[in-house]
Design a protein around this ligand. Structure first.
Ligand code: HEM
Length: 531
């Protein structure tokens, strides 16, 4: 039994308790919580003999140490960040239903800055684009903007990405990086000329920013904002630094410490000088996008291009500030997982192929890099006013496994659903067309093949066994309502099955499914629209 009348579930330490742990309120223990008199105590046979396998303290210590590293990010491995808050100052409720863009809205954020190509210990002042990721913890779930400090990118075909990145990494034979051998880098670029816009920026002043506070952020990709009528516009997000921008000339870059940007951010926040950014959008109607292609040959799905600012001016939405350093780098920065597919209602992906590929790639790497239950880690977990329920259960390190609720969509212990505020067909129709239909909709065709089985394939013996198998199996079903519904489903296949089952079970089933509502599936055979 748990002490002090607490339930066992309350015994798990909560995240803030862990985060705020300080040395004075701690007691040295093994990992199972047993106090141990000294951290350097090793059990050995006699004065000079071998060690003992029973020495759990030493085994515990070494085996945990052996597992301290998780894979570093395959790109953007070197970085740092902080926490802060976002607030909407100039609502765009005319353009977008996202809760976070409504008047007065505010939410906690976590930001991570990074270089792209280098390993986790590499130099902050490398010539490279910078990552600029923001996790907005909105009341409708987490929205991650996984942006860079440049508005364009080296490629527009996602299949090129692994090749390009490999040219930024070490040579397989010499193990030399680009600092000593730029052959691969230029080999790739000289074969892929669409990269030249990004190369111009990279080799220009913006290639080595003065620090993370003095850079802008860009979604780069075209995305979509959807309003309450289901109308949508294309958009690009911009984070405009309130500190302005600055750069480091090449020849000065080596005089900085490898962690110069980490140091700058940490001590700015520590000293109360909180950096801030304006969040702005450019927007464009679908018609304008077509005209931009016809007249200026700018394709909004091609992230080697920018949207001309004169034609599509920035509109400010809100601002964010970083005002809190992390207390534990590993827990709050190394394990944070930003994912371009984390969008909230009202913000949607466009058909940009690089964006579409990223929607897959990030959560895929997160399952590998952090583990299948990475969304449960405190820094990644959504903080919503409602309790989150779904059917993702178990797996490694399932700390929050959703209690005793059934692990399927159950009619006995139902969960609630909130309708979409805009019609999914309308919002995705433009590029997804018929791909976004409800796969689970029940239609008359669903019963054709089963009817053929019953009428044309099963002989008399098979039919008898079928009825006996089903009715025998239903003997342990504890709810008559469930049997009534299942008989109704069999009735859509054949009246013969239904009536034979009614006789065998002693339960009168419903007439058919046209009056039934199904959990999670649209009833395409319903008489009433409500079903
Ligand atoms: C990180 C893939 C293009 C911005 C990453 C990671 C992967 C990845 C696998 C590591 C994520 C992690 O371990 O948490 C890709 C692919 C791309 C692509 C497949 C193209 C096909 C882009 C573009 C941008 C971008 C165009 C910016 C507009 C970032 C940022 C991070 C990152 C900022 C670091 C996230 C963090 O701070 O944790 N990318 N990326 N990437 N990527 Fe991309």
């Amino acid at each position: 039994h748990a002490p002090d009348g607490k339930k066992n579930g309350d015994l798990y330490r909560d995240y803030n308790d862990d985060r705020n742990a300080e040395s004075q309120d701690t007691l040295y223990c093994t990992s199972n919580g047993v106090p141990y008199p000294h951290s350097y105590e090793t059990q050995r046979v006699g004065e000079n003999g071998p060690l003992l396998l029973q020495d759990f303290h030493l085994v515990d210590l070494l085996s945990h140490f052996d597992r301290e590293r998780i894979p570093e990010r395959v790109v953007h491995a070197k970085g740092g960040g902080a926490h802060g808050y976002y607030q909407t100052t100039d609502p765009i409720d005319d353009l977008c239903i996202a809760d976070i863009f409504q008047p007065g809205k505010k939410c906690p954020i976590t930001v991570r800055f990074s270089t792209v190509g280098g390993e986790s210990g590499s130099h902050d002042c490398a010539r490279d684009p910078r990552g600029f990721s923001v996790k907005f913890r909105t009341d409708e779930g987490n929205w991650d903007m996984v942006a860079n400090n440049t508005p364009v990118f080296f490629l527009r075909d996602p299949a090129k990405f692994p090749h390009f990145i490999h040219t930024q990494k070490r040579d397989p034979a010499t193990h030399l990086s680009g600092a000593d051998d730029s052959t691969m880098f230029w080999d790739y670029l000289s074969q892929n000329p669409e990269s030249v816009h990004q190369v111009m920026i990279l080799m220009g002043d913006r290639g080595i920013p003065e620090n993370w506070r003095k850079m802008h952020g860009y979604s780069g990709h075209t995305m979509k904002l959807v309003n309450k009528n289901g109308d949508w516009v294309y958009t690009q997000f911009h984070f405009k630094s309130k500190q302005g921008t600055g750069f480091i000339p090449q020849e000065e870059s080596n005089s900085y410490s490898p962690d110069a940007h980490q140091k700058d951010l940490f001590y700015s926040i520590e000293n109360g000088d909180y950096p801030g950014w304006d969040v702005c959008v450019q927007t464009m109607t679908p018609k304008q996008a077509e005209e931009l292609w016809e007249k200026q040959k700018i394709n909004v799905f091609d992230l080697t291009h920018v949207w001309p600012h004169g034609q599509f001016p920035l509109r400010k939405v809100g601002e964010f500030y970083l005002n809190e350093n992390v207390k534990n780098y590993f827990a709050e920065i190394e394990q944070v997982t930003f994912n371009p597919a984390h969008m909230v209602p009202g913000i949607e992906p466009s058909a940009d192929p690089v964006l579409q590929s990223r929607l897959f790639s990030y959560p895929d790497t997160h399952r590998h890099r952090v583990g299948v239950n990475y969304q449960q880690l405190p820094v990644n977990a959504p903080r919503t006013p409602y309790r989150i329920a779904n059917f993702q259960r178990d797996g490694n390190m399932a700390f929050y496994n959703q209690g005793s609720r059934p692990a399927y969509l159950s009619s006995i212990q139902p969960i609630s659903f909130r309708n979409r505020s805009v019609d999914l067909d309308k919002t995705h129709g433009h590029f997804a067309g018929a791909a976004v239909t409800f796969l689970s909709e029940i239609r008359p065709e669903d019963f054709v093949a089963p009817r053929n089985l019953w009428e044309k394939v099963f002989d008399d013996g098979a039919k008898d066994r079928f009825i006996s198998n089903v009715s025998g199996h239903m003997k342990t079903c504890r709810k008559e309502e469930i049997i009534k519904r299942q008989i109704a489903i069999f009735r859509e296949v054949s009246e013969d099955i239904a009536s034979r089952l009614e006789k065998a079970t002693g339960v009168k089933g419903y007439d058919g499914i046209s009056g039934l509502r199904f959990l999670g599936s649209h009833n395409g055979m319903a008489k009433s629209d409500d079903l």
